[in-house]
Design a binder for this molecule. Structure first.
Ligand code: NAD
Length: 491
């Protein structure tokens, strides 16, 4: 077990800077902010704080690369080669990437490594997809031929959150670039470190200058995120973050009629019927809410269990939750590390306190023993939580789960749909018909039947209700990042 005074990651830059038009640069006004290490909550590096003038500089570089550079005009096969080279480099650097990501975000090192591999896979996937891309052609015999011209749109603004930052950045960067756009990325202010690595990776892989630009800083008015959303030369915004931030961005982008893709918050249910394989369901539910520190948008944070197996489920779930190993993020045995930031820690802890009057506390409920500083929270289990409880309704985004019993399928459905969110749902039953019918009826963008949330990258990713707007994934990402122009010819 490593100590809190762990060494800084290797090859740490002197400070975190923007990357604009192929150069690392500071903010024009020289402003910086402190970046905190979640194990000690001490500042370990400074980052440039982007303002509207810095965003404008980045947008102009991206605009120039789009208008004059080779990238949008290259053949898909040529762009694909660069994307595969990016994937190779990410894979080759997965250890360094994971060390930086784990240090900056508090994610367990083994899980950070898995996320680095997923980032590489995102690039490989879109590299292949653009080469396989076929567009519609329609013929009216003797009268007309119609076909579709697919075109990159321009400068895409990409705004990302602090959970699994590098991987989530790749989920936007890969399709945006693959389709021939140029980009300005605004990573989350809590976790800006790993995004620095993109610059060298892209340069080494042969991505032309100005295609990728990075501006660090905060989201609110007067800072980087807000000014990217309001920049008139950025026709697309792909955003992942909280639902209330999404609402604000939606309003701010409206006067410019921007293309918007929104991946927002969640309070996803896992529904366990009495005929389910209970042990498999318990394993998956424990993993679903405690992996990635519970800081996972698709976390199964509400577990609904049929009353006939409720007591057995709760007893076994609690025993397993108590075995989840909290530890320092750099320890390979750690399963739950440190939450990203003291502000987020306070938020999660406030829900733990609220939960104590809303449910039966059966595991956790505070700071683990032996961790006097840093953002450590015990895996926490509340049972008998009623649907009007705040811990049932609100996204906590930490290692905290609410378990609620149900009697009939209709009760389960009503409970499952009884929040403003609709990102994911997990259904556990051995009745095939019930599984498929429940999937059809539940308000969720993604449903996993008797399985964990492993995804096929060709499928749509997105939520309904307050969990999002639009879908990315597979060809849907290509659709978002391109214009489809119809061309008609009379014969
Ligand atoms: P957040 O909304 O606070 O911030 C996300 C990003 O938006 C940050 O880069 C931030 O600086 C920026 N931002 C904030 N205000 C802005 C504004 N007014 N204009 C432009 N940019 C602004 O979210 P967070 O706390 O970083 O992330 C956690 C949230 O993200 C959770 O709700 C989680 O469920 C959600 N999330 C969703 C998905 C998904 O795919 N649906 C994936 C991961 C995380």
């Amino acid at each position: 077990m490593s100590s809190p005074s762990r060494p800084l990651p290797q090859n740490l830059p002197e400070r975190i800077r923007h990357y604009i038009g192929g150069q690392f640069v500071d903010s024009l006004d020289g402003d910086t902010f402190d970046v905190i290490d979640p194990v000690s909550n001490r500042a370990y590096i400074q980052a440039a704080s982007g303002k509207p003038a810095d965003v404008d500089r980045a947008v102009q570089a991206a605009k120039k690369a789009f208008a004059e550079g080779p990238w949008p005009r290259m053949l898909p096969r040529e762009r694909s080669r660069v994307l595969h080279a990016i994937a190779d480099l990410v894979e080759a650097r997965d250890q360094q990437l994971a060390e930086m990501e784990s240090f900056d975000s508090g994610l367990p090192i083994t899980q950070a490594k898995g996320q680095a591999r997923r980032a590489a896979e995102n690039f490989r996937f879109f590299a292949d997809l653009i080469v396989a891309q076929a567009d519609d052609t329609y013929k009216v015999p003797g009268r007309q031929i119609n076909y579709v011209n697919r075109k990159p749109i321009g400068v895409a603004g990409l705004i990302t959150p602090w959970n699994t930052p590098f991987m989530l950045e790749s989920w936007k960067l890969a399709p945006a670039i693959a389709t021939g756009n140029t980009v300005v990325l605004k990573p989350a202010e809590f976790t800006p470190l790993s995004a620095q690595l993109w610059a060298d990776i892209f340069e080494e892989a042969g991505l032309p200058e100005g295609v990728f630009n990075l501006v660090n800083g905060f989201g609110e008015e007067g800072y980087a995120g807000d000014s990217l959303v309001k920049h008139p030369d950025v026709p697309l915004i792909s955003f992942t973050g909280e639902s209330k931030t999404g609402e604000l961005i939606f309003a701010n982008a409206a006067p410019y009629l921007k293309g918007l893709s929104m991946e927002l918050g969640g309070k996803s249910p896992a529904i366990v019927f009495e005929d389910a394989d209970l042990d498999a369901a318990i394993d998956a539910c424990v993993f679903g809410v405690f992996s990635l520190n519970g800081e996972r948008c698709t976390a199964g944070s509400r577990v609904l269990v049929q009353r006939s197996v409720y007591d057995e489920f709760v007893e076994k779930f609690v025993a397993q939750a108590k075995r989840v190993k909290v530890g320092y993020p750099d320890d390979p045995a750690t399963e739950v590390g440190a939450l990203v930031h003291p502000e987020h820690y306070e938020k999660v802890m406030s829900y733990v306190e609220i939960g104590k009057s809303e449910g039966r506390l059966l595991a956790g409920g505070g700071r683990p023993e032996g961790f006097d500083e840093g953002n450590f929270v015990e895996p926490t289990v509340f049972a008998d939580v009623s649907p009007d409880a705040r811990i049932f309704q609100e996204e906590i985004f930490g290692p905290v789960v609410a378990i609620t019993p149900f009697d009939t399928l209709d009760d389960a459905l009503e409970l499952a749909n009884n929040t403003r969110y609709g990102l994911a749902a997990y259904v556990w039953t051995n009745d095939l018909k019930r599984a498929h019918n429940f999937a059809q009826a539940v308000d969720a963008g993604m449903v996993w039947l008797n399985s964990n949330n492993v995804r096929d990258l060709r499928t749509p990713f997105g939520g309904v209700k307050a969990s999002g707007l639009g879908h990315e994934g597979g060809y849907r990402s290509i659709d978002f990042y391109t214009d489809q122009q119809a061309v008609h010819i009379n014969l």
